[in-house]
Design a protein around this ligand. Structure first.
Ligand code: ATP
Ligand code: MG
Length: 402
């Protein structure tokens, strides 16, 4: 058996998975509160994910993936590919979304997500998420969803105007369900996700107060202790909360965030020549015509320095060169060349590992299949507890992924 095959083997059930099977067998005999407590001895859980609108880029790496890798051992990790959310802006491109599902899963394996430690799963085969979305949609006023600044920003950045589908704002509620279906402690994300996470926190409080008799004055950290089903989750921001893209600023003068959808990304799967081309043609200081002109080194205004400050391991070099750049003593080309070396050194091992996986998309799908089975054990358990809390726990059911 080769190494990859061995990594695909179903891992041992963790304590929470065992407890869910126990839950399933004895559901009718045990109270909701007892069931919620049964999982409290397991490793703390984290949940996060990516929308399959393209491949993973440097923004994902520093915004969320570094944290995911660091948390793989100490936490029970669930990583979700939010393929239904990709339909909010690309319903007419199902083939592209399908390819992106495989690309994102392949990227995860390439960066070092280990399917024997962490659960990689596919949103569209976890029906409990949809069912929770419907119930949660009753707990949030429509105006509150539309006030979410991330939605407003996405509408602007992706130039959706007023033509976006009904499902676009609905995805903000869906994301509360993505998260809360797993009742995680932490959610590692980039800064743009904080308004979504705030909505999840509001939904959790509202649900727990309404259906689990949690006192509204309870501290956020104590909701589950107080009998709530859903934790008031904590975001975990990355080393860099919002990495900018390689392009010019948007209409409001600020640099856009690096994003799969905005054509301003350096991907973790880009080959060395592509990285070079993207860096050599990236936006820098537009007022600088010659290398002798004083240049802008503020990372919020010049992506060249944002990237050096984020990725260059030699920060003394960065500060020295920033001094020279400000005085017009070093050209863009030299600073860009160094950046090409820095980025290629980071991406090269990822590229090499990616090659192992990219020729075997079926095996990548098998990893997702095994992960989605495990994810359903958790999400179905949550849904059953939620229905019981809402007085709608009429029957038990069993879900199978073939
Ligand atoms: P899309 O353009 O389709 O919205 P995206 O590039 O924004 O794609 P997502 O799948 O929406 O990527 O985000 C996945 C995770 O990566 C989220 O936690 C998000 O906060 C984080 N992230 C995405 N882009 C950046 C960035 N430029 N800097 C820091 N974190 C980021
Ligand atoms: Mg996004």
């Amino acid at each position: 058996m080769n190494k990859f095959k061995m990594r695909r083997m179903e891992p041992q059930m963790n304590a929470d998975q065992k407890s869910f099977i126990g839950v399933h067998l004895r559901a009718s005999a045990v109270s909701t509160v007892t069931l919620a407590l049964m999982s409290s001895h397991a490793k703390p859980r984290i949940l996060t994910g990516d929308t399959p609108t393209g491949r993973l880029h440097l923004g994902h790496y520093v915004g969320s993936i570094e944290n995911r890798l660091a948390m793989q051992d100490a936490f029970d990790c669930y990583f979700l590919i939010a393929n239904k959310h990709a339909f909010t802006t690309r319903a007419d491109k199902p083939d592209e979304i399908r390819q992106s599902v495989i690309d994102v899963a392949t990227d995860w394996l390439a960066v070092g997500i280990d399917p024997n430690k962490s659960t990689m799963c596919l949103q569209s085969e976890i029906p409990a998420i949809d069912e929770l979305t419907f119930f949660f949609a009753m707990l949030i006023p429509f105006n509150r969803v539309m006030r979410n600044p991330t939605l407003a920003q996405e509408i602007k950045d992706k130039e959706l105007g007023d033509k976006y589908p009904f499902g676009f704002p609905l995805y903000a509620v869906g994301q509360c369900a993505d998260i809360l279906a797993f009742r995680p402690q932490y959610v590692p994300v980039g800064e743009d996700q904080l308004p979504h996470l705030e909505l999840s926190r509001e939904v959790a409080r509202r649900f727990d107060q309404l259906y689990c008799n949690v006192n509204p004055h309870t501290e956020d950290a104590d909701y589950v202790k107080a009998g709530g089903l859903f934790p008031v989750i904590e975001p975990k921001l990355g080393r860099v909360k919002r990495l900018v893209g390689t392009g010019a600023p948007g209409a409001d003068g600020t640099l856009l965030k690096m994003s799969k959808s905005l054509n301003n990304a350096i991907f973790l799967s880009d080959d060395a020549d592509t990285v070079q081309k993207k860096v050599m043609t990236m936006y820098t200081d537009p007022k600088r015509i010659r290398a002798t002109d004083p240049g802008e080194t503020d990372a919020a205004k010049n992506p060249l320095w944002a990237f050096h400050e984020t990725f260059n391991p030699d920060q003394n070099w960065v500060r020295e060169q920033q001094d020279l750049y400000r005085q017009g003593k070093v050209g863009d080309v030299a600073v860009k060349r160094r950046l090409v070396e820095v980025l290629n050194a980071l991406i090269e091992p990822i590229r090499t590992r990616r090659k192992q996986y990219e020729s075997r998309p079926d095996e990548v799908i098998d990893v997702l299949r095994a992960g989605t089975r495990r994810a359903n054990q958790i999400a179905e358990g949550t849904l059953m507890l939620a229905k019981k809390a809402m007085r709608q726990g009429f029957f038990d059911r069993r879900l199978t992924i073939e």
